[in-house]
Design a protein around this ligand. Structure first.
Ligand code: ZN
Length: 206
């Protein structure tokens, strides 16, 4: 029998579990299991990260985990301190900005066997509507950080730097600024824009 740890005893980066859940609701829209798992992961990474002045973050997935990182650390996609490198793994790292020394936390699939509902969620073994979300959240709370493993890592800081936006120029077709090394015309005009249709709106003069 596992030792029961009530959610109220769990802290996530100095917040209570309930405080974190409120933050998740406000930011993410609903209490997604992945953002709760992500909160535990960020907390675990923080506790294993040596004292450093500046650190950056990597999320190895686009879903849920980036929001936990943005809620609990100063690192956001917008300020560039959080990079999403979509390897499709539910894993994240925090590392010293300049040396790349840091820690990586990942869901250890071998540790999921004790938690059938969590395992089913994680490996998408059941359609979403068949998920028992109360049971799932219960397992997430009881499992807490026991399903993760922590690694010491050294990040290749040069390889994850974006040099793409160094020099900007004006696109001859759309007239908008774009990174020069994208080509003669911007990526939007190269057919990569997601719009089926666009037209100018006449904005009335004040
Ligand atoms: Zn263009």
């Amino acid at each position: 029998m596992k030792t029961k740890s009530a959610p109220s005893e769990i802290t996530i980066c100095d917040r209570t579990y309930d405080e974190y859940i409120e933050m998740v609701k406000a930011f993410h829209g609903h209490v997604a299991p992945g953002v709760v798992l992500g909160g535990f992961m960020v907390d675990l990474a923080y506790r294993n990260l040596p004292q450093v002045e500046y650190f950056d973050a990597i999320s190895e997935t686009r879903s849920c985990l980036p929001d936990a990182i943005q809620l609990l650390t100063p690192c956001t996609v917008g300020n560039g301190w959080l990079k999403i490198i979509d390897l499709g793994r539910f894993a994240m790292s925090l590392f010293e900005k300049y040396t790349g020394n840091g820690v990586r936390v990942y869901v250890d699939s071998q540790k999921l066997d004790d938690w059938p509902e969590l395992k089913a969620f994680f490996f998408k073994l059941k359609p979403k509507k068949e998920q028992d979300s109360e049971l799932l959240m219960g397992e997430i709370n009881l499992a807490h950080t026991s399903i993760f493993s922590v690694q010491k890592v050294m990040v290749d800081v040069d390889s994850i730097k974006s040099h793409r936006r160094d020099v900007f120029t004006v696109c001859p077709l759309c007239g908008e600024g774009y990174p020069e090394n994208d080509g003669e015309i911007c990526l939007g005009c190269q057919g990569k824009a997601p719009y089926l249709h666009s037209e100018m709106l006449i904005v009335p003069k004040e």
